[in-house]
Design a protein around this ligand. Structure first.
Ligand SMILES: *[C@@H]1O[C@H](CO)[C@@H](O)[C@H](O)[C@H]1NC(C)=O
Ligand SMILES: *[C@@H]1O[C@H](CO)[C@@H](O)[C@H](O)[C@H]1NC(C)=O
Ligand SMILES: [Zn+2]
Length: 566
């Protein structure tokens, strides 16, 4: 808002001379233009804090004080207006009410007023009035607010803060800061809109500048009140606006769930069913529909102001969520009967374990995470070993309760994985960023990989028969999608390059073939030819049938993640 904000003492002067009853708590930063809004919303059944919201009060302390106090102050504020306005109209030189510069605070400096003592009789009258008001205020305060449905009333106090703090403690998370998030029932937007229309008329008539976006959101006010309380309950933890650790409070209000339903006919496009959501009436969809619907149409279907609810919102279980941590490293696989990921066919497990499970179990328990997502730079077949420096992998740890590990702890974790089985080992284990993880996947096809294959030949061979293999450089293959992967990969012809090869004679029917290839080359198919689907192939080069008996990955030349010196 651009206009000047006038701070008005809510205990204004009574009578022309005026007298100052010192404000009991917070000085509400209310303006002349707020008076009609306060009046309308009070009688509509809005709670004191919602009224502050509609008056665009952004002073956090104003929301934090007890709502009964605020309510009392609002009432005094509007009743004093009547007084000062009648005084003004009696005075010949009084300016019009719409002249906002003419307010009590300016017309009389506080220092002057402070010196004046209230007279005996006026003081007594004031205290009698205030005790009567207190009874009334108590009654009104117990009514559920028509806009916030109780959220800014009984649902944001120290007992709510205790509930939130208990949930955080129960999760035993390690964190430095936390961010509070609030999920409100979607129908709250409908009520907010109705209330806005209720005051809008007034606002427009008086030519006051007030936009719907200037109204303080329930969420904001809730946080202003709760952040400090939660921080205190957690022993001074910083409750901030951005943090890796999110504590979510959710409110529902079954009584008014149907409030949104009329919007579906007003804006059918806004409410498209999705698989993931239980209800089409999401907050986003409701907000969109409210932007589209005309005021007249809205008012035809929905009461303005909203009707009084009988119950408050229900606060659901507090949800704690830490953003994912990403861990990367390299793994060796020394076993020819271990798939990389759980191998399940027709709902039945084929192998008791997998690389990802063997790595994940200790990692999950070290970070106390709820789940993981594993990825690697390529993958090997179940019967292929991965030797050398290993294959780069990375995993996303979901909702880790611990998000940092010291160097020593990381080494310990690595050792735990190494010792847990003789099928795999890991090295270079480290925490990485989500962005860094993409380095592993990018340019994967351009990287080279080295293999050793144990080859069988049908025709007997001599050492000299395979010597020519060492001289072959940059051999381009046309590989039709292998038969064995056709069920999951599209049929295509892919060109791959074998950069170099070497042969090591074993016996008259066996030799070791070393290959340095472009990533993505199908080695098994190059050796046996895959019924001529890979051309050229080793059978053609040796002019005999050849088959592959064993395959090892010797190196995956991806320079990520960085090596960790031991
Ligand atoms: C796992 O990763 C994939 C690909 O990055 C992503 O689409 C998926 O949502 C992730 N799963 C979870 C549970 O985060
Ligand atoms: C785990 O095994 C790998 C591969 O053999 C090795 O490089 C690493 O140093 C081992 N780490 C620990 C902590 O045992
Ligand atoms: Zn309210």
């Amino acid at each position: 808002m651009t206009e000047r904000c006038f701070f008005i003492y809510i205990f204004n002067f009574i009578g022309y001379i005026g007298e100052l009853i010192p404000s009991v708590s917070v000085m509400l930063p209310l303006k002349e233009k707020d008076r009609p809004i306060i009046q309308k919303l009070l009688s509509a059944g809005c709670c004191a804090r919602c009224i502050l919201r509609f008056c665009c009060v952004s002073v956090h302390a104003a929301y934090r004080q007890p709502q009964q106090n605020t309510l009392k102050e609002l009432k005094v504020f509007i009743s004093n207006t009547d007084n000062s306005e009648s005084q003004r109209s009696a005075a010949p030189d009084s300016t019009e009410a719409k002249d906002e510069s003419h307010d009590a605070a300016e017309s009389d400096p506080p220092s002057k007023r402070a010196k004046l003592e209230p007279s005996e009789t006026e003081g007594a009258a004031a205290s009698a009035a205030s005790s009567a008001a207190a009874v009334e205020a108590k009654d009104e305060a117990s009514r559920v607010c028509v806009v916030c449905l109780g959220i800014l009333q009984g649902l944001c106090d120290s007992s709510q803060a205790v509930k939130i703090a208990e949930a955080v403690k129960a999760g035993s998370y390690e964190f430095d800061t936390l961010v509070l998030s609030v999920s409100l029932p979607a129908q709250l937007c409908v009520r907010e809109h109705s209330c806005w229309l209720h005051v809008k008329k007034e606002v427009r008539e008086k030519g006051l500048v007030l936009d719907k976006d200037d109204v303080v959101q329930v969420k904001e006010a809730f946080k202003w009140i709760m952040q400090g309380l939660v921080a205190k309950e957690l022993g001074g933890v910083a409750v901030v606006t951005k943090s890796a650790f999110e504590v979510g409070v959710e409110f529902t209000h079954p009584e008014t769930d149907a409030d949104c339903h009329f919007l579906a006919s007003a804006c059918p496009d806004c409410f498209k069913p999705t698989k993931s959501k239980q209800s089409v009436f999401t907050r986003m969809a409701v907000v969109k529909a409210l932007e589209k619907i005309s005021d007249a149409r809205f008012l035809k279907h929905y009461p303005c102001p909203p009707v009084q609810p009988t119950s408050s919102c229900i606060s659901q279980d507090v949800q704690c969520l830490h953003v994912s941590v990403f861990v990367a490293g390299r793994y060796n696989k020394f076993c020819r009967s271990l798939p990389q990921t759980p191998w399940v066919i027709d709902g039945e497990r084929r192998m008791e374990s997998s690389v990802e499970e063997l790595i994940a179990a200790p990692v999950l328990s070290a970070f106390r995470a709820d789940g993981f997502n594993f990825s690697s730079s390529g993958r090997e077949d179940v019967d292929v070993r991965t030797l050398g420096n290993g294959r780069p992998f990375a995993m996303e740890l979901l909702n880790p309760h611990k998000s940092r590990l010291s160097r020593a702890e990381m080494k310990q974790l690595q050792e735990t994985i190494n010792k847990s089985s003789d099928k795999i080992r890991v090295r270079d284990l480290q925490i990485v960023t989500r962005e860094a993880m993409s380095r592993m996947k990018e340019g994967e096809e351009e990287k080279t990989k080295s293999y050793t294959a144990l080859v069988w030949t049908q025709k007997p061979i001599q050492r000299e028969d395979i010597a020519f293999i060492d001289d072959i450089k940059d051999l381009t293959l046309d590989q039709k999608t292998p038969l064995r992967v056709l069920h999951r990969r599209a049929l295509a012809v892919r060109q791959r390059v074998i950069h170099s090869m070497n042969a090591r004679f074993l016996d008259s029917h066996h030799f070791y073939l070393g290959l340095k290839t472009q990533a993505g080359t199908y080695i098994k198919e190059f050796v046996h030819g895959d019924f001529g689907r890979t051309k050229p192939n080793l059978c053609q080069l040796l002019k005999t049938d050849t088959d592959i008996l064993e395959l090892d990955v010797e190196s995956v030349d991806v320079d990520w993640p960085p090596a960790i010196p031991e």
